[in-house]
Design a protein around this ligand. Structure first.
Ligand SMILES: *Cc1c(COP(=O)(O)O)cnc(C)c1O
Length: 359
């Protein structure tokens, strides 16, 4: 079976060695030495000044909304994973959907201003598939209207923008280290901000608001992560360069094999160093997309209609129609991409796609 993704696992002995240390120290969670070590190593690897490691990418978004004290309406994209929208609603704000750009599949910055009202407090945009949004344009709009910006950078491990980590942009960026992501810590995520005041607030928010054992700085939640998760993260980080390089090669192979189909793929931002996190292709029709998906399934290959359906159709939100997102979402398929996939498997997947579309 070939799934759309398969978690990377480091050599077992390397993980075991770190787990031995956990046993010796008998320190399992609450800002332990491995969590600290991972934060430092991730900061170095990603070239960041600060990074707050948390239990997952969803709590990272929710803490981000809390840390910026957002209220009212948050402008967001319909083309993302459900957590982007659910975290807005969970934090008692209203998502206002703005359609996506037909080439990048990221929020269309040209449509943002017309969605701003007196109640708008922020823009929450996703760098879809690890491809940066129109960051400069969004920043200009936010400045003009005094809005905060959060980037859901869940897919962005290793992506750069203008030579810097894309995680440095916006008031806050969040990332996921879930097992299915390019780099993972089993479950996990992080919050990144360059503002020391927000950073301080995040430190309290992720740990129940504890200042010390008896005093609290406002409301908080349990957003901590454990030594076991950090151990996985420390092990996997050694392989991050290799994983990124392998993804790039796999992309090239898919590109070469599928070239003759001339199918649409997301247009990668010009100033981006792309991480090749996913391999999405847009078919000419929804029927083509479904046919290919079914044909792959018959061969025990599972691509994923990602993102499908769009978030503006969730039954707990209201939205005007989002024709571009609707259209792309119906025709897009993410092909299998993970560290262990072989060139032969990629070739086989491509042959099935070509055969199904009768080339
Ligand atoms: C994976 C993902 C999340 C959620 O991250 P978790 O770590 O699974 O909670 C949020 N947004 C996007 C775009 C994602 O892909």
């Amino acid at each position: 079976m070939i799934n759309v993704t398969k978690p990377f696992l480091p050599p077992y002995q390397e993980y075991e060695k770190l787990v031995e240390g956990i046993w010796k120290r008998n320190w399992l969670t609450n800002n332990g030495p491995l969590v600290n070590d991972l934060e430092i190593k991730l900061k170095d690897y990603l070239n960041l000044d600060h990074l707050s490691y948390v239990s997952n990418g969803t709590i990272a978004l929710q803490i981000a909304i809390k840390a910026l004290d957002l209220k009212g309406e948050i402008i967001t994209t319909p083309f993302s994973y459900v957590a982007t929208t659910s975290s807005i609603v969970w934090e008692n704000c209203t998502p206002i959907f703005v359609d996506i750009d037909p080439l990048s599949f990221n929020i269309n910055h040209k449509l943002i201003e017309q969605a701003i009202t007196k109640k708008t407090s922020a823009i929450l945009a996703t760098h879809v598939y690890g491809n940066p949004c129109a960051i400069d344009e969004i920043e200009a709009i936010a400045k003009k209207h005094q809005l905060k910006v959060i980037y859901d950078a869940a897919h962005c491990f290793g992506t750069t923008y203008k030579g810097e980590s894309v995680l440095k942009f916006g008031d806050i960026s969040t990332i996921s280290f879930h097992a299915t992501k390019l780099y993972h810590t089993t479950e996990g995520g992080a919050i990144i901000t360059t503002d020391p005041k927000i950073l301080k607030s995040i430190t309290y928010l992720r740990n129940f608001g504890h200042v010390d054992s008896e005093t609290f700085s406002g409301i908080g939640i349990n957003g901590k992560n454990s030594e076991f998760h950090a151990a996985m993260g420390v092990c996997n980080l050694k392989y991050a360069d290799h994983i990124l390089e392998k993804r790039k090669e796999d992309h090239k192979r898919y590109d070469e094999c599928l070239n003759q189909l001339e199918l649409q793929k997301p247009l990668i931002a010009q100033k981006a160093g792309y991480n090749h996190a996913y391999y999405p292709i847009v078919f000419n029709s929804e029927q083509d997309c479904i046919n290919v998906s079914n044909e792959l399934n018959k061969n025990l290959i599972y691509a994923r209609r990602y993102f499908y359906p769009i978030l503006s159709n969730l039954d707990y939100v209201n939205s005007s129609p989002m024709p571009i997102a609707e259209d792309i979402s119906k025709r897009i398929l993410c092909l299998p991409l993970y560290e262990q996939i072989t060139p032969e498997e990629i070739d086989m997947i491509c042959r099935i796609i070509l055969r199904t579309l009768r080339y």
